[in-house]
Design a protein around this ligand. Sequence first.
Ligand code: ADP
Ligand code: ZN
Length: 435
Amino acid sequence: MKENYYQPEIECASVETLKALQDERLVKQVKHVYENVPYYRDLMDKKGVKPEDIKSTADLHKLPFITKADLRDAYPYGLLAKPLDECVRIQSTSGTTGRRVVAFYTQHDVDLWEDCCARAIMAVGGTKEDVCQVSYGYGLFTGGPGLNGGSHKVGCLTLPMSSGNTERQLQFMTDLGATILCCTPSYAAYLGESLHEKGYTPETIPLKAGIFGAEPWTEEMRRDIEKSLGIKAYDIYGLTEISGPGVSFECSEQSGMHINEDHFIAEIINPETGEVLPEGEVGELVFTSLTKEAFPLLRYRTRDLCVLKREKCSCGRTLIKMSKPLGRSDDMMIIRGVNVFPSQIEAVLLNEGYTPNYRIEVDRVNNTDTFDVYVELSPEMFSDTVREITDRENKLAAAMRTMLGIGPKMHLVAPKTIARSEGKAVRVVDKRKLH
Ligand code: ADP
Ligand code: ZN
């Protein structure tokens, strides 16, 4: 694939140029926030930092963090930095981990956000010749509107499908020859499964690339989707608080996502102490938005755990890369004292030849944690004898024990009995929180 850039002067700029741009923008942004957001001004005053103390990115660590709790505290208007009559859009988080928060955009903010999404589409080879099917939800969720805007900027023929109505998704995809699919990875897996049921094979599906994000997914899941749809599957990352999808995006190398550093500074911190960690270490990702006008967050703690690396990339981009988030710090379950991430369970299941249709249930009975994983049998396995199925369950439980250090009770269930996801998949039911 020939490398394809939307804004090569930025995407391939020298590290010095990017750094100078960040320094200049940070100084301006801190001033803008201090003057216009009393909530953050208070945080800075409490920490004894003045805008004049921030002269370059080297001073970033002096600024206070802002957290999701602050966003909920300041809901709805407390972090707004522009008069409402200059704002043109509101978006909201999906509420995966609690009360939704809202974010505001000026027209300029929407424009820059859509540029970020256009970079992501061009990085997967998108051009004006492509038909781009956007099957992320539209509305308050940022997935649909963001990729829709990016697709327009690239000049693709845009199919604003939104999520759901799977029959119509398949019909339009095949009738209109969609070449790029944008949706959550769990929905992509479901669309692949549904196409196969209709008799399509990877060769007869018109798609060439997919841009999948908004939820964690493993390398195993990537391989599965690529095989099923006959495409290259690329990751995209973002969050409403910082703009939406397109904060970072994958390139042809498929080994981490380039962060749009002209708009966002990324740091990795130790989630317990707040200390900034050196490149290459795992920690919590923190973003400072440099160009947002209406809702500019400084040092926002994402709770996503990942690693940053600045390496020469074969795509020619110089933007720093982040690894796939290993999960959210609040996704991590502590079961009988052991830290477990759903992504580890997914990796084992796919490696052992199962589909990504699973559900994890954790509960506490007589002061002991129970840990159950339900996973679907494939139609071929379904005809196995009870004995064979029990053997499979034991084998899976042993593989899980090796990976996690703790063995769940495995339950193999009939095909199609675990609900499919059209947006962000809900795979964990932690009943301990309900008691
Ligand atoms: P919510 O926090 O309610 O889900 P958003 O819809 O804004 O709100 O989702 C942002 C979050 O989604 C991120 O903080 C991250 O945890 C997750 N996310 C987004 N893209 C990815 C990705 N490519 N891989 C893993 N997680 C992702
Ligand atoms: Zn690259």
